[in-house]
Design a binder for this molecule. Structure first.
Ligand code: HEC
Ligand code: HEC
Length: 462
């Protein structure tokens, strides 16, 4: 549970950081803090009790996604929608946001054959260039709060929450949009000025100027901000938070789940079994589905196996260290304590995903669930024959979560879940698929067969 996760954070480094944070707090929160900070649109401002590093607020109360109010600006959201689907905004043309966030697959990627058989992450506007990570679904992304720290009553130090991307490197959706637009592996625009010239040749230019002023036609920075705001409005619209899964019918109307799904739900919640709910938050006693987003927006280090097919991983010394890269940039104390940490993703529509985890290492939902169950009892099965985490540098292995059930058992011990339990959890997760995407799930019968597709131990590299 959370308590247990936080206790784990109190390594020597963690303690030093906690003291450093206490120091920050002692110097007093800045005057601006009195007014509080709005971490979610429409939510009441959160009281700031400290500022960590170069400006990340620590807030007094846990952020409640159900408190967010999204006052849709229909015109701006419609403009954002047009931008999202516009394949003329990449270099070369052909790659829109929707090209990687496919509306037919709950806005997660439908991979090209080259990507599916290759690295398992989406391809950018140039052939053979792939995103560095797997892309998440964008449904429900509006609930991801801005970056902040929060310290639970029983916690020994404040821990980070929120921010976009797996490593929280963007604070808001408007800021996030710069990422793909200028990423050479994604939409590959050379500069804001080059993008401006491109937009000015389309009918988007007058539409943006009507909304944001004529300056967007000659000031590249203003144009990029305008694109970001329009995209943000679209991603915050109700279209992107449908809450139309069978689980939502269960929450709101008591429509029963199947017996197997019900067993899966119980296992998902049980602290001695799946224990999934300790990070993938839900509340099946609340009718409001916003209380069941299947993430607490926190970060954790679960050490998924290395995806050897990622181009960057051809270099055996390369590691994706997740949150600590952002922590360094944001000047959080002791940034290396966050190496290996990634934001806990929500699990709604997870069953339509072709690839799972930040590095796309798993090709089936069943593998992803089975991984938790036997990661610690049978590590060689997952880590390409190695006895320990193969995608975390030795220096950071102590950061990995070895305390949360079911990942806390010694090698050789019986796993916490039976094969049937794993199937039941998978069945439950399938009930989180929103109505329009039910047909995009692989057949249910395939889940057990897919158990055979765990990553095969690859031959040792020279
Ligand atoms: C070439 C594929 C590709 C394209 C094109 C693309 N994205 Fe993404 N998107 C990704 C990947 C990969 C990630 C995850 C990256 C990471 O976590 O570091 C991502 C993450 C995101 C996130 C963060 C979600 C979260 O939960 O943190 C948002 C929002 C997003 N993309 C919106 C967009 C928008 C808007 C566009 C168009 C301007 C776009 N994307 C274009 C691949 C793409
Ligand atoms: C200690 C916190 C924690 C617990 C407990 C936990 N998860 Fe996760 N989960 C994460 C994090 C962090 C990730 C992202 C890891 C990554 O991308 O490398 C994740 C990713 C996933 C994914 C992949 C999602 C995607 O879109 O790719 C699935 C599926 C998943 N978890 C299911 C479960 C299930 C089922 C359980 C219980 C057996 C569980 N999780 C328990 C933190 C947790």
């Amino acid at each position: 549970m959370r308590q247990e996760r936080l206790r784990r954070a109190l390594s020597a480094a963690g303690l030093a950081a906690a003291l450093a944070l206490a120091g920050t707090a002692a110097h007093g929160a800045p005057a601006a803090a009195a007014a509080g900070v709005t971490l979610l649109p429409g939510a009441p401002p959160a009281r700031v009790v400290a500022v960590i590093g170069a400006g990340t607020p620590q807030v007094a109360a846990k952020v409640d996604p159900a408190a967010a109010v999204f006052r849709a600006d229909a015109g701006l959201a419609a403009l954002g929608r047009r931008i999202f689907f516009d394949a003329r905004l990449s270099e070369p043309r052909g790659q829109s946001c929707a090209g990687c966030h496919d509306p037919a697959r709950a806005f997660s990627p439908t991979l090209s054959p080259a990507a599916l058989q290759g690295p398992g992450v989406p391809q950018g506007s140039r052939p053979g260039r792939f995103s560095l990570r797997n892309a998440p679904s964008l449904l429900y992304v509006r609930y991801v709060p801005r970056r902040h720290f929060y310290q639970d009553d029983d916690a020994l130090q404040p821990v980070p929450f929120g921010g976009l991307f797996a490593d929280g490197r963007a604070d808001t959706l408007a800021e996030q949009a710069r990422g793909p637009l200028f990423d050479p592996n994604e939409m590959n625009n050379g500069s804001p000025a080059a993008l401006l010239r491109k937009v000015n040749r389309t009918e988007l230019a007058p539409a943006l100027a009507a909304r944001f002023g004529a300056a967007v036609r000659h000031d590249p920075e203003r144009l990029v901000r305008a694109l970001g705001e329009a995209l943000q409005a679209y991603l915050q619209s109700d279209e992107m938070a449908p809450f139309s899964s069978r689980f939502d019918d269960y929450l709101r109307r008591g429509t029963p789940l199947s017996a197997q799904e019900q067993r899966g739900l119980a296992l998902f919640k049980s602290p001695d079994k799946g224990n999934c709910m300790s990070c993938h938050t839900l509340s099946d006693t609340a009718r409001r589905p916003e209380r069941s987003l299947f993430t607490d927006f926190g970060y954790d280090a679960i050490a998924v196996p290395r995806n050897r097919a990622l181009p960057a991983n051809r270099d055996a010394r390369h590691f994706d260290n997740g949150l600590c890269d952002s922590a360094r940039r944001l000047r959080w104390p002791e940034p290396t304590q966050w190496c290996g940490y990634l934001r806990t993703p929500g699990l709604r529509n997870v069953a339509v995903r072709q690839r799972l985890m930040h590095n796309g290492v798993f090709g089936s939902l069943r593998d992803a669930v089975a991984f938790y169950n036997t990661r610690s009892t049978d590590p060689r099965r997952w880590y390409h024959g190695a006895p320990t985490f193969d995608d975390v540098p030795a220096a950071y292995r102590a950061n990995i979560n070895v305390n949360s059930m079911p990942m806390n058992r010694p090698p050789g011990m019986a796993p916490a879940l039976s094969e049937q339990d794993v199937d039941d959890i998978v069945a439950f997760l399938r009930a989180l698929t929103d109505a329009p995407y039910v047909g995009a799930m692989p057949p249910a019968a395939g889940t057990r067969a897919a158990a055979a597709t765990v990553p095969a131990p690859a031959p040792a590299r020279p």
